[in-house]
Write a protein that binds this ligand. Structure first.
Ligand code: TPP
Ligand code: MG
Length: 222
């Protein structure tokens, strides 16, 4: 997927493949003297790809205004980070490249917003990359909606239960209710609206006919 007018330079199935694209976007913004920045979202598994380290290095030496957002959910496919890396802290690679970074509770929406804003404000004033590591947890298997599905995932039910208690959406909602910005009734209404949207989309997907044979090649060749 790609949406240039909205500044979305692509999502691809190749893990880490979009990280250098974000550095390129940041370089373009810098050369064109816009106030834009590049943002790359990647996982703890993606941080094991060579191109990510080349991207960190290039962004640093070129002072590219790019924010690397690492969603460290402790798993890559079905393997826990302890089986793959000598440390569970991915932001150590920022240190290695002398890139300013923050390590944040990734299940705390407000903390993530505050830390990101600080890094981005600094980035805009002095240029150059920054990195934010969001510590979170993969609830589900790699390719399914159940949490016990991936062969090889060896984790305790306690872990999943404890992490589910830190659900970022529930925590944000509770914080908003506590501060009087939001109510349980409003949450219920939104929940019902979303349920209906999902049910309608599901029904349409199940009821619509399959695409025609010609449609498969449309937009593939020009
Ligand atoms: C270059 C490449 N190698 C392997 C894969 C298969 N693969 C898909 S997702 C994934 C794990 C990614 O883990 P992480 O970056 O931590 O992302 P998460 O799914 O945990 O958010 C792998 C190995 C791939 N898509 N691309
Ligand atoms: Mg991961």
């Amino acid at each position: 997927m790609y949406d240039q007018p909205n500044g979305f330079y692509g999502s691809v199935p190749i893990v880490a493949g979009t990280v250098p694209l974000a550095v390129g976007a940041a370089m373009a913004a810098k050369m064109q003297k816009t106030n834009d920045i590049g943002v790359a979202y990647l996982g703890d598994g993606a941080a094991e790809e060579g191109v990510v380290h080349e991207s960190f290095n290039l962004a640093k030496v070129q002072k590219a205004p790019v924010l690397f957002v690492i969603e460290n959910n402790l798993f890559a496919s079905h393997m826990h980070i302890s089986l793959r890396q000598p440390s569970d802290m991915v932001s150590r690679f920022a240190k290695a490249n002398e890139i300013p970074y923050k390590l944040v509770d990734g299940n705390d929406v407000i903390a993530v917003a505050k830390a990101s804003k600080e890094l981005i404000d600094n980035m805009r004033s002095r240029s150059g990359p920054a990195l934010i590591e969001l510590v979170t947890y993969r609830w589900y298997g790699h390719v399914d909606w159940r949490d016990d599905v991936d062969v090889g995932v060896d984790r305790s039910l306690d872990d999943i239960t404890n992490w589910k208690a830190r659900d970022p959406i529930a925590r944000l909602s509770q914080a908003m209710i506590d501060s009087g910005m939001w109510s349980l009734e409003q949450e219920e209404i939104i929940g019902l609206e979303l349920d209906k949207k999902i049910q309608d989309a599901w029904k349409q997907a199940m009821d619509d006919p399959y695409p025609s044979l010609e449609a498969t090649a449309r937009y593939v060749y020009s």
